[in-house]
Design a protein around this ligand. Structure first.
Ligand SMILES: *Cc1c(COP(=O)(O)O)cnc(C)c1O
Length: 379
């Protein structure tokens, strides 16, 4: 093999490049018509009423928690098995992330532990569709409604996944997507919040751009057509037309990208499922589908994961580990007192997990090479 096979990467073709260059030759390169168009197209695809695009998935999640009214002292319930941004978004607003351990079958948060973790300060639940497995949102929403909590789905791994026949994006109060290059479609950096509620939509747009509005109906007074008001403390979290041109071009290929990811996963399932020292990821129930942002392979406890990782790397296979549980980070110990032993299932998963290469441009030859390396490993 020439060069390293990464665990994930973008697929960019000449149409993508042409779309971006076209914007560079146009009058608008930042907040032009393509931001709106990208929002409408992604929201349509996911069956949501509104989409608000941000300059990253992280800033989008920050916006969602702001729109949800999360304040200092509040608590949000989430999983320790995610990228840091999931929990950090709550910390940005002065809230405390309260973790619940994972479900050993699908590696998403264990829904049966949510109510145990609730306090009078709990305001929201942030489930993560780990690796692209759609969480059982119906059960989560049922719990949330009973306790008057909001549900913000971190679907950074799950664009295009189906839950009970429906592409996810309209079931939770708000749903976050990421367009980082390793995700399903990319804008370079970028993210989006999907929602059906007009008030969230309005607050997300305020937050994205300094808390400023020019909408005549929303102003306290109006000095003239130059006039704007800052009504909340917002940020500059805007995405650009350059990025959205890329996103729109990528969106046309999303179904093909997903198809290829599922094909790769199904070959891994078939071949690696026969090995007695690994566990392949669970397939969702009938009517639902996985989006396979990651292909997390779980090694038997008798295997030395570090040796296996180093061996795969020595074969030029860019395996990764997803994730170091958030509660084990020094910052989370220092600020919130979390420590090793708090979430034993997530910690055990972390000790044994390895993410195999999965991305649309992974060739059959490359996948065969990865499979052969695993089968012939002697670690
Ligand atoms: C990628 C990712 C994010 C953050 O998205 P960015 O676009 O990189 O800011 C948040 N949560 C999860 C689970 C992710 O994988």
């Amino acid at each position: 093999m020439n060069g390293i096979i990464p665990y994930g990467k973008q697929s960019i073709d000449e149409n993508d490049i042409r779309a971006v260059v076209e914007v560079l030759r146009s009058a608008w390169i930042t907040q032009g018509p393509l931001v709106d168009e990208f929002e409408v197209r992604v929201a349509d695809y996911c069956g949501a009423k509104y989409g608000v695009a941000f300059n990253s998935g992280t800033s989008a999640l920050h916006g969602a928690l702001f729109a949800a009214g999360i304040k200092p002292g509040d608590e949000v319930i989430t999983t320790p098995l995610s990228f840091l941004a999931t929990a950090n978004a709550a910390v940005y607003l002065g809230a405390r992330p309260v973790f619940v351990d994972i479900n050993q079958d699908n590696y998403c948060l264990d829904i049966s532990r949510i109510e145990v973790a609730m306090t009078a300060r709990t305001r929201a639940i942030i489930p993560v569709d780990y690796a692209g497995y759609p969480v059982d949102m119906e059960r989560i929403i049922e719990i949330a409604r009973r306790h008057d909590l909001l549900v913000i789905e971190d679907a950074a791994h799950a664009l295009g996944a189906r839950r009970d026949g429906q592409i996810l994006g309209s079931q939770a109060d708000m749903t976050m997507l990421s367009f980082h290059p390793v995700k399903h479609i990319t804008t370079g950096e970028g993210g989006m919040i999907l929602c059906n509620d007009e008030e969230y939509y309005r607050r997300l747009k305020l937050f994205r751009s300094h808390g400023i509005t020019r909408e005549p109906d929303c102003l306290e007074r109006n000095d003239g057509s130059w006039y704007y008001e800052m009504q909340e403390l917002g940020y500059n979290y805007r995405i650009t037309d350059i990025q959205c041109a890329l996103g729109l071009s990528q969106l046309k290929k999303l179904d093909a990208f997903l198809g290829r990811r599922r094909q790769i996963a199904s070959l891994y399932d078939e071949v690696l499922g026969k090995l007695d020292w690994v566990k392949t990821p669970l397939s969702p129930p009938l009517g639902s589908s996985h989006a396979y942002h990651l292909y997390p392979l779980l090694l038997d406890p008798s295997i030395d994961r570090k040796k296996f990782y180093d061996y795969m790397r020595s074969r030029n296979i860019g395996v990764q580990v997803h994730y170091i549980p958030i509660h084990l980070q020094p910052y989370y110990h220092k600020m919130f007192g979390y420590r090793a032993g708090n979430f034993p299932l997530a910690e055990d998963f972390y000790a044994r997990e390895i993410s195999l290469p999965i991305f649309p441009d992974l060739s059959q030859e490359e996948q065969a090479y990865v499979i052969d390396a695993i089968k012939t490993s002697k670690v």
